[in-house]
Design a protein around this ligand. Structure first.
Ligand code: GLN
Length: 190
């Protein structure tokens, strides 16, 4: 059966996700306002962008609590970069200004973890169960630690760059910007 994937489209890099998901045979809808949540969808993608802006918009648009409830009830979700930050239960102490976030994924994240000099870079690394994947990092966070029910799936230079907890998959990079389709395939198989 065709999967319908909702892509958060209030800010950030959502279009490339939509193209990738359509290529993989999914039906795609955009979430721009609370009314969009009335349409049926099976999965959710939270794109990269600016997590503080995205979190505030989700809250103001009255979408935050409703999406959190669906994730807690088992809806598969993929968070990339800023989207991972929205999912993270904890931010590094110096980072946590109490901005609204979903806080469903049991990880601690540090935003902009690579500093200004290394704003963006590419790497290739092994992702558990998939193999070597190209990774594009753009002002990326890093996953500092994962909780007991969360699995670190990949590391680059000692930093965790992908983690999974049941229905939730979070990556610090932008899989939609490389040709490799396997992160999206993994998400669609959750
Ligand atoms: N630095 C951004 C943030 O903190 C994330 C960057 C990205 O999504 N590419 O929200």
């Amino acid at each position: 059966m065709t999967q319908t994937v909702a892509v958060l489209a209030v800010q950030g890099a959502f279009v490339e996700h939509e193209k990738r998901l359509r290529k993989l045979g999914a039906n795609v809808i955009e979430l721009r306002q609370a009314a969009d949540l009335e349409q049926p969808f099976d999965r959710l993608v939270l794109p990269g962008g600016e997590s503080t802006t995205q979190g505030k918009l989700l809250d103001e648009l009255d979408m935050l609590d409703r999406l959190r409830r669906r994730i807690e009830n088992g809806m598969p979700v993929l968070g990339t970069c800023a989207g991972l930050i929205l999912l993270a239960q904890r931010l590094a102490a110096h980072d946590d200004k109490g901005t609204p976030r979903l806080r469903t994924l049991d990880v601690e994240v540090e935003r902009n973890a690579y500093g200004r000099q290394l704003g963006s870079f590419h790497a290739r690394a092994d992702v558990a169960g998939i193999g070597t994947v190209p990774m594009t990092f753009i002002r990326a966070p890093r996953i500092v630690s994962v909780g007991p029910d969360t699995t670190a799936l990949a590391t680059v230079d000692g930093a965790i760059v992908a983690a999974r907890q049941e229905n939730q998959l979070g990556v610090t990079f932008h899989p939609e910007l490389d040709d490799d389709i396997r992160i999206h395939e993994l998400f669609l198989s959750l």
